[in-house]
Design a protein around this ligand. Structure first.
Ligand code: URA
Length: 433
């Protein structure tokens, strides 16, 4: 068996066997297959797809490419949560401290930005001192001490996914259902939680642009979960516009702090209570989804969720004085308003365009080894359904490079569509599968 034959088979729309997938994954992790050979195969998969069997085999091979964690030490059901990706998606950072504040252990590994979407780890690293690279023993110890740890994928957890994730990002091969499903489920299986809640995003700012595609990938991931003995629930959420108001790393941490202090936009409130209620149910706690939602909102009101967030930041080495005094966070040099040239109602705020604008400002990567600028991004003042007068501020661009900032102003204007008639706001939770 050799990699050239495997690439040629997929290029010619053939179906790969478990042995061929095993060979690719083990030899790529061992660095006997180069990045350019892996890139050719990934592009062939992106273009020609994979059967259900190939996707399952790819998932299991990636999960088995490193260690599989055992989280039974906590003596309680651990429920993992993962999003298929979005723009302004800070749901994990808002929700997981709330879950931990309810006494449900949170042992969560997250990812970096991918394509035009942001990543939880990049966002957390904008908190000075927050260490996302932590040994497994320390990760488990942190959960035992404060009930929560959120870190990056460790080197030996699904290492095949780690390599392929960065590679896909740099060769524009992110938005492929078998690649997304296998990437997410391999990590979740390896991370050891018995139960999994997936936030499957749908719309312009998601990889699944239609509800049909979101249902299809949800079924794919649920089937893989069943096979691996991990009960999986998918919550379909609306990603036609960015989540909340902040897009960009530090800005999203600032919005998270506001949310945990009770100042939460409607979309974030509906999404965290919808997903959180499912997590609590799978953890075997709470009598009904409605009661679970109430408990979530209660722990924001009484301050327990915010306190848990402080504990999380502190145990990961972060400087909590930034959380307590958010004005300490470094700001971008140029904060430029974007004015509306029209009057009416916002009908569209294209999340993918907003995400791409944010990446161009420096909040995301163009090459896999690129660094990111934590301070830059976009703060949205007007969202879908809002009334706008000519000359109103639609958003603020936070830029460290003036030229990039000016380009971002023009690009952001193209993300808005303003119409004369009032707009009915869509639901944020679209389905549960
Ligand atoms: N999240 C992941 O972990 N992988 C993907 O491919 C997309 C979103």
């Amino acid at each position: 068996m050799n990699i050239q034959e495997i690439i040629a088979k997929k290029r010619d729309k053939g179906e790969l066997t478990r042995e061929e997938i095993h060979y690719f994954i083990t030899e790529y992790v061992a660095e006997n297959i180069t990045d350019y050979q892996a890139a050719a195969l990934v592009m062939a998969i992106y273009l020609n797809g994979m059967t259900k069997e190939e996707t399952t085999n790819l998932t299991l091979e990636m999960a088995n490419s490193g260690e599989i964690l055992d989280l039974s030490v906590f003596g309680k059901t651990v429920v993992d949560k993962h999003s298929t990706g979005g723009v302004g998606d800070k749901i994990t950072i808002v929700l997981m401290p709330i879950i931990a504040s309810l006494g449900i252990p949170v042992a969560k590994m997250s990812g970096r930005g991918l394509g035009f979407t942001g990543g939880t780890i990049d966002k957390l690293e904008s908190i000075p001192g927050y260490n996302t690279v932590v040994e497994i023993n320390k990760f488990i110890e942190n959960v035992q001490k404060v009930g929560i740890s959120v870190i990056g994928q460790t080197a030996n957890l699904a290492p095949a996914d780690k390599k392929l994730y960065a590679l896909r990002d740099s060769i524009s091969c992110v938005g492929s259902m078998p690649l997304i499903a296998s990437s997410i489920m391999s990590k979740k299986i390896a991370a050891g939680a018995e139960k999994i809640v997936l936030d499957v995003t749908v719309g312009s700012g998601a990889f699944m642009k239609t509800k049909e595609d979101a249902i299809k990938i949800s079924k794919m991931m649920k089937d893989i979960g069943t096979l691996a003995n991990r009960e999986t629930v998918c919550v379909l959420t609306n990603m036609d516009e960015p989540v909340g108001r902040a897009v960009g790393n530090t800005l999203e941490i600032l919005e998270t702090i506001q949310c945990l202090k009770g100042n939460m936009p409607e979309d974030i409130k509906e999404i965290i209570s919808g997903i959180g209620a499912q997590i609590i149910k799978l953890a075997g706690e709470g009598n009904s989804l409605e009661e679970n939602k109430r408990r979530i909102l209660e722990n924001i009101k009484n301050g327990r969720a915010y306190t848990k967030f402080l504990e999380l930041v502190q145990i990961q080495g972060g400087d909590i004085s930034y959380i307590e005094n958010p004005e300490k966070f470094p700001k971008a040099k140029h904060i430029i308003p974007v004015y509306s040239e029209e009057e009416g109602y916002v009908e569209e705020l294209n999340a993918e365009k907003v995400g791409v604008t944010s990446v161009h400002l420096g909040a995301g990567r163009v090459k896999k080894e690129d660094g990111i600028d934590h301070a830059v991004g976009i703060w949205l003042k007007k969202k879908i359904g809002d009334k706008v007068n000519k000359g109103d501020i639609l958003a603020y661009i936070h830029a460290n490079d003036e030229e990039k900032g000016k380009t971002a102003v023009e690009d952001l204007k193209q993300s808005y569509k303003i119409v004369k008639k009032p707009i009915e706001i869509e639901k944020y939770i679209l389905d549960i599968i």
